[in-house]
Design a protein around this ligand. Structure first.
Ligand code: SF4
Length: 90
C-alpha cells in the first residue's frame, strides 16, 4: 500500500472520543461500548492533517497512521507515545 493508512487498536482504546471529535469523517464511537470505530482507513488528502491530529490527541495511543517510506514498500507507523512503552534493554 503506498498511500498513508490508519489502523486502530480497540484493546488500547479507552473511549475518550477525541478522535471522533477531531476527525468525525474518519472515526466514530461504538454506541455499545464507546470504543473507536475506524470509518475510513485511508484518509483522503484533504483529511490527512485531521488524521494526524487525531493520532496526536488520542490519550491511549490507540491510533496509528502508517506513512509509506520514501522509495520503500512498507509503511512507517506513527503513534502517539503514551509513556508505557517498553524501552527495552536493562
Ligand atoms: S481518541 Fe483514542 S482512546 Fe479516545 S476513542 Fe479515539 S481511539 Fe479511543
Amino acid at each position: 500500500m503506498s498511500a498513508p493508512y490508519l489502523s486502530v487498536d480497540r484493546e488500547r482504546c479507552i473511549g475518550a472520543g477525541m478522535c471522533a471529535m477531531t476527525a468525525p469523517g474518519m472515526f466514530d464511537q461504538d454506541p455499545d461500548d464507546g470504543l473507536v470505530l475506524l470509518l475510513h482507513a485511508q484518509p483522503p488528502t484533504a483529511l490527512r492533517a485531521a488524521a494526524q491530529m487525531a493520532v496526536g490527541v488520542c490519550p491511549s495511543g490507540a491510533i496509528t497512521l502508517h506513512e509509506p517510506e520514501p522509495g520503500g514498500l512498507g509503511a512507517e507507523p506513527q503513534r502517539r507515545a503514551t509513556g508505557d512503552e517498553d524501552p527495552g534493554g536493562v
